[in-house]
Structure formats: C-alpha cells, structure tokens
Design a protein around this ligand. Structure first.
Ligand SMILES: NC(=O)c1ccc[n+]([C@@H]2O[C@H](COP(=O)([O-])OP(=O)(O)OC[C@H]3O[C@@H](n4cnc5c(N)ncnc54)[C@H](OP(=O)(O)O)[C@@H]3O)[C@@H](O)[C@H]2O)c1
Length: 186
C-alpha cells in the first residue's frame, strides 16, 4: 500500500485530499498545526520508519490586513509557513522522509502572480514557494508538482472581504482534491 503524509491534512483541501487518497487505497497520515511545520524541533515527528511515497504540503494561513499595517514579523511568519519551512524540512529530513521515487506536492494560489494584496505576505510567500517548487523539480530526485488554485471553499476563504469574491467561482475541497489527484497522477 502506498503511503502518504499530508501536512495541513486536518481541514480544507488537505483533509479532502486525505479522504480521497484513502478511498483510492493509500495509507495516509494527516497532520495539522499540532505538528507545527514552522518549528524545526517538531520536524522529527513527521518521520516514520519507512519513507513516504507522497508528501503533500497543504498547511496554510491567511492573515487578511492592508499591506501597510503588516509588520516584518507578519511577513516572515507567512514566508516561513508557506515557503521556507517546507524547503528547510526537505533539506533537513528529505532523505528519510521520502524515497528517490516519491512525489512532493506543493499548493499555490493565483495570488502568487496577480496584483491582489488582501494578504500581501501570503501572496509573496506563495511566489517564493513557486520558485522553490521549480528549483526542487530540477535539483532533486523527487517528482515535484505545483498545483495552483484560485478559490477553494474552505475556512481560509471565509476570511476574505466579500468584494474579493465577486464573480469568482470557488471549487469545493473535494473538487480541489480531485484536481491534485489528476495533476500529480496519484
Ligand atoms: N482555500 C483556497 O482558496 C486556497 C487557494 C489556493 C491555495 N490554497 C492553499 O492550499 C493549502 C490549504 O489551504 P486550505 O484552504 O485547505 O486551508 P485551511 O482549510 O485553513 O486548512 C489549513 C491547514 O493547515 C494547517 N496548519 C496551519 N498552520 C500550520 C502549521 N504552522 N503547521 C502545520 N499545519 C498547519 C491547519 O491545521 P489545524 O486544523 O490544526 O489548524 C489545517 O490543516 C494552503 O497552502 C493554502 O495556501 C488555498
């Protein structure tokens, strides 16, 4: 049975993907903020005896506020959660976490490339993640997938101001999970 770790798998897209993978016969471990990916002391908790065949980075947090009130600590917290921690975790423990054959899935947002600024730190961090995903796809043995969504109907988008939702369709978490399954060929 193929084994997957879904970081950020307790709610939203990660939870829907975990459920979907289980129906496809995967053995899935889903973690949430109780295993804080931004805390290097917590990283050994992700490891098991055997490497995973798939690791999905679906942890996320939106901190809606005008860019002008953001502090450096806010921006660094976003950067850590969405971009730096996944890369640093893979650098520190990738050889135990994954086999050479394994797949890695990162989840990005249209906010990485558009001019939206409802959470500028989030968009900036996702832009950094997209760079990281391209680099790891070329400079690691793993098969790396970057899946980019617009809106997915999870707790996260309930934080968005109403006018940013105008005319935009939101996928259900199950639809987002199916897109990940398709694009990452799971
Ligand atoms: N929803 C969208 O419209 C959308 C669009 C594009 C991209 N994305 C991206 O898709 C991913 C999933 O988003 P979502 O909408 O499913 O979010 P969500 O429903 O808010 O779920 C967030 C998940 O991240 C976990 N988490 C938060 N902080 C963490 C930390 N420090 N360490 C480990 N886990 C942590 C949460 O755990 P707890 O349950 O313990 O809080 C939860 O499982 C995120 O990377 C997000 O940026 C979302």
């Amino acid at each position: 049975m193929s084994r997957a770790l879904v970081i950020g798998g307790t709610r939203g897209i990660g939870l829907a993907l975990s459920d979907r993978l289980r129906t496809l016969g995967w053995n899935v471990r889903s973690t949430g903020s109780a295993v804080d990916i931004t805390d290097p002391m917590a990283w050994p908790e992700f490891l098991e005896e055997q490497p995973y065949d798939l690791v999905v980075f679906s942890a996320g947090r939106l901190d809606v506020a005008p860019w002008g009130v953001k502090r450096l600590s806010d921006l660094l917290a976003s950067y850590s959660l969405h971009a730096a921690a996944p890369v640093a975790l893979l650098a520190a423990h990738g050889s135990k976490l994954l086999g050479w054959w394994s797949k890695v899935v990162f989840i990005s947002t249209v906010g990485a490339v558009n001019s939206g600024a409802v959470d500028l730190g989030y968009g900036m961090a996702k832009a950094a993640l997209e760079k990281a995903a391209r680099a790891l796809a070329e400079h690691s043995s793993w098969r790396v997938y970057l899946i980019r969504f617009d809106l997915v109907d999870t707790d996260m988008i309930r934080l968005l101001p109403g006018d940013t939702m105008d005319g935009r369709l939101a996928l259900s978490p199950a639809e987002a999970a199916d897109q990940i399954i398709r694009e990452a060929e799971l």
